[in-house]
Design a protein around this ligand. Structure first.
Ligand SMILES: Cc1cc2nc3c(=O)[nH]c(=O)nc-3n(C[C@H](O)[C@H](O)[C@H](O)COP(=O)(O)OP(=O)(O)OC[C@H]3O[C@@H](n4cnc5c(N)ncnc54)[C@H](O)[C@@H]3O)c2cc1C
Length: 281
């Protein structure tokens, strides 16, 4: 899987939210690698990994502490030459855009700014830009070199690293407590199939799929979900997919890294209990 370089925005102590948003987007196309300029990387590693950074490149020299654009572009250009990433993502701030422009000149690549979302076109990012006050969405792709995309802060929600989703197999709204209980133990977000949201068992904003959210967590757990093409569209780029379904022929098993053929009303409580036991709480 190709690396996606993500220029980390931080204040020396903590990771800025836009960095987590960029890592979230990067997971859609490849393996995110954070690029940390200046001090503080060691304290941030865990947080970056939580959002999918498989690697953290650090450049901590004196000229990096003030986060000036020229050395940042130098470092990124060197990493592009070394790692041949599929794309470089930077925050679409004044600084980020200056870094993007300088880098584009150095490596002879196209640059897109002010993206509000990224779609995947066979491993190439397609940037969505919102114009005329949001009335029109423009889709653009870089045609030369390694795409450099500047993404606006707050454009996408940083997704959880684990999502537990329930489908029609859950049976009713009350039973979603099982899904929530498991999600709580794993520190995960809850998702749902459209069958579950249409039935009113879980709110629509949690729907995963073509007409819902696209998620790309480290672990996606599909419980009582058959794996319709429209559901897959929203979760198939998840790093690891685990399935609990009583039907061994359910199409979702085609995507699964791990699968349990069984009744969710037996499997989920046992799984939650075992996690509780291992956590010692
Ligand atoms: C234009 C359009 C857009 C759509 N957009 C979306 C979208 O964004 N997201 C989405 O999810 N769907 C979407 N759909 C709907 C999609 O086609 C499916 O109908 C939907 O995903 C099915 O949801 P499901 O898997 O929960 O239900 P089902 O297909 O009914 O599957 C339920 C699964 O639960 C299993 N099960 C039942 N009981 C148990 C049990 N006790 N233990 C374990 N397993 C059990 C069954 O074996 C089955 O596999 C869209 C459809 C259209 C036409």
């Amino acid at each position: 899987m190709s690396e996606i370089l993500v220029l980390a925005a931080h204040d020396g102590d903590s990771v800025k939210k836009v960095t987590l948003e960029l890592l979230t987007l990067a997971r859609r196309f490849g393996e995110p690698a954070a690029v940390w300029l200046g001090s503080g990387a060691d304290a941030a590693r865990e947080r970056l990994a939580e959002y999918g950074a498989a690697k953290v490149y650090v450049a901590a020299g004196d000229d990096m502490t003030d986060y000036v654009a020229a050395p940042a572009a130098e470092v990124l250009a060197a990493l592009v030459a070394q790692a041949s990433p599929a794309a470089v993502l930077v925050p679409s701030t004044a600084e980020g855009k200056e870094v993007a422009g300088r880098l584009a000149v150095k490596i002879g690549s196209g640059v897109l700014t002010d993206a509000v979302d990224l779609a995947d076109d066979g491993g190439t990012p397609v940037a969505e830009q919102s114009i005329f006050g949001g009335a029109i969405i423009v889709k653009s792709k870089v045609s030369t070199g390694i795409p450099i995309v500047a993404v606006r802060p707050n454009a996408v929600p940083p997704e959880a690293s684990i999502v537990v989703s329930g489908g029609r197999g859950v049976g009713n709204a009350e039973n979603f407590a099982l899904i929530e209980g498991l999600a709580d133990k794993l520190g995960a977000a809850v998702g749902a199939s459209r069958a579950a949201t249409d039935a009113g068992w879980y709110p629509h904003q949690f729907q995963v799929g073509q007409t819902g959210k696209t998620v790309s967590p480290q672990l996606y757990l599909a419980v009582g979900i058959s794996g319709a093409i429209q559901h897959r569209a929203g979760m198939q780029t998840s790093k690891t997919i685990m399935v609990i379904n009583k039907d061994p022929e359910a199409p979702i098993f085609e995507l699964a890294d791990f699968g349990v053929v069984g009744d969710l009303f037996k499997v989920v409580p046992q799984l939650t209990e075992e996690i509780t036991r291992r956590q010692g709480s």
